[in-house]
Write a protein that binds this ligand. Structure first.
Ligand code: 13P
Length: 254
């Protein structure tokens, strides 16, 4: 049984004061939630405030990116050791916005992934096709090259510590969610790739989150799919009540 994970990616939102306000409202809401793991990924400047604010709750804090080197002359970069020091337990890697706007490649995702695992962080590795790629019938090829490019050099033990996020680029911030069936097909394909690379046991334990316009009104149908093990939520994770409505999917659907 794969335990669901609901993760919020705040992207470039919230000051430290706004982060505190979020957790003041959010913590009481989730005090009885135990059917899923909860992760919140604030921007770098709010990481330590988020970690302090989340103390005593089940929320784990993630960074949205990191550099692969431990330290050095890399202006503007933040290392795994630094985000661990700020209170992080996880890190998002290879988000499509990093690929699109900041030159992230499968090769840099792979280096970051190795460094994150060495620092005992849980990586959330993002993959997903653009609309052009989907319309050209290239979805599987894109997912394969992103999956293999990122995970190529991992051992099965290392692989067992990662979370994978399928985020079709055309569904991010567009209000156009993948149907549960479309998302499920891609998840099943990614699981087959995992099986080919790391074996049946690793593949069946792998948790694959869906991301792209997840909202309170579509989470239940997504989570009803056997292949969907959680969600990576952008815009709808910024408001404590809305994010709570999403992670409370189980109670709402029963
Ligand atoms: P939205 O939920 O705002 O579409 O963003 C999804 C995402 O990119 C999460 O990483």
């Amino acid at each position: 049984m794969r335990r669901p994970v609901i993760a919020g990616n705040w992207k470039m939102h919230k000051t430290r004061a706004e982060t505190r306000e979020f957790f003041d409202a959010f913590k009481p809401l989730i005090s009885n939630i135990n059917h899923c793991e909860i992760i919140v990924a604030p921007p770098f400047t709010s990481l330590s405030v988020a970690a302090d604010s989340a103390r005593g709750s089940s929320v784990r804090i993630a960074a949205q990116d990191m550099h692969w080197e431990r330290e050095g002359a890399f202006t503007g970069a933040i290392s795994a050791a630094m985000i661990v020091d700020a209170g992080c337990r996880a890190v998002i890697l290879g988000h499509s916005e990093r690929r699109r706007y900041f030159g992230e490649t499968d090769a840099t995702v792979n280096r970051k992934l190795k460094a994150a695992l060495a620092a005992k962080l849980q990586p959330i590795v993002c993959v997903g096709e653009t609309l052009d790629e989907r319309e050209a019938g290239r979805t599987e090829r894109v997912l394969e090259s992103q999956f293999i490019g990122a995970s190529d050099t991992l051992t099965p033990e290392e692989f067992s510590r990662i979370l994978l996020a399928y985020e079709p680029v055309w569904a991010i911030g567009t209000g156009r969610t993948a149907t549960p069936e479309t998302a499920s097909e891609s998840h099943a394909y990614l699981r087959r790739l995992a099986e080919q690379s790391f074996g049946e046991e690793s593949a069946s334990g792998l948790r694959i989150l869906y991301g792209g316009s997840v909202r309170p009104d579509n989470i239940a149908s997504l989570m009803a799919q056997r292949e969907i093990d959680g969600a990576l939520v952008g815009g709808a994770s910024l408001d404590p009540q809305t994010f709570f409505s999403i992670l409370n999917f189980k109670q709402r659907s029963s």
